[in-house]
Design a protein around this ligand. Sequence first.
Ligand code: NAD
Length: 247
Amino acid sequence: MTVAQDLAAVRERVAAARHLAVLTGAGVSAESGVPTFRDAQTGLWARFRPEELATEAAFRAHPQRVWDWYAFRRERVAEAQPNAGHLALAGFARRHPDRLTLITQNVDGLHQRAGSTGVLALHGQLFENAWLDAPQPCCDLERERVGSPSACAGCGNLRRPAVVWFGEALPLKTLAAAQQAARACDVLLVVGTSGQVYPAAGLAQTAQDAGAHVVVVNTAPTALDAVADVVLRGSAALILPELLSFK
Ligand code: NAD
């Protein structure tokens, strides 16, 4: 089949699907100018690997360095705008209430800024903070600010970005809802993810085992191509509107 035929066939499946699930990764935000982890290792950060920055151990050892890296990422993301891929997903959900479950590994909030609601954010939110250790009665995220990264004035507990770091568990309820959507969908689109981070990547196999049609949308080969029924090679901002923009 040609690319155009593949695209048309997937579009028909999406149109006929009672329930569509979409799993997105950093590639969906690439055309908004948000760097993937690897791209974010530029300039000052080029000498660190993500595993040396996005872990609890790294934060405990070098809280200022890790906080500064997240501040850099927050600045980059704050300047970015949702692209046609984010908007196509939000538009589909508006026109077809209760038919789409949007699951993302992204922490950038661009799906939400595009108007998507009920997004299952498996890896947390870049712009929110949480306590590093279990909060004590003196810990108030809104109020007390001492030092950088800011700490509770009462007990010294540090604020950290509310993202899931390497080696940390995903939010249980969010993961369970994503797995349920993968089991219940007729079509799963896997968009802009390298498919190397589990358990998120496992959703493709879960969906296929339950009988869904699994479609990978990516500019390059991925670890999940072998699981997919169809691979659409191309950019999310071009392909998602093609797949989702029918009435
Ligand atoms: P990844 O960086 O491992 O892979 C990105 C994938 O996107 C690649 O397969 C690449 O070929 C593809 N891609 C690049 N541009 C694309 C485009 N225009 N259209 C379609 N595909 C495109 O990202 P990942 O798989 O999401 O996993 C990395 C982890 O990093 C995740 O856990 C995520 O939480 C985190 N992360 C998030 C962001 C963000 O929130 N935007 C950014 C960096 C990293």
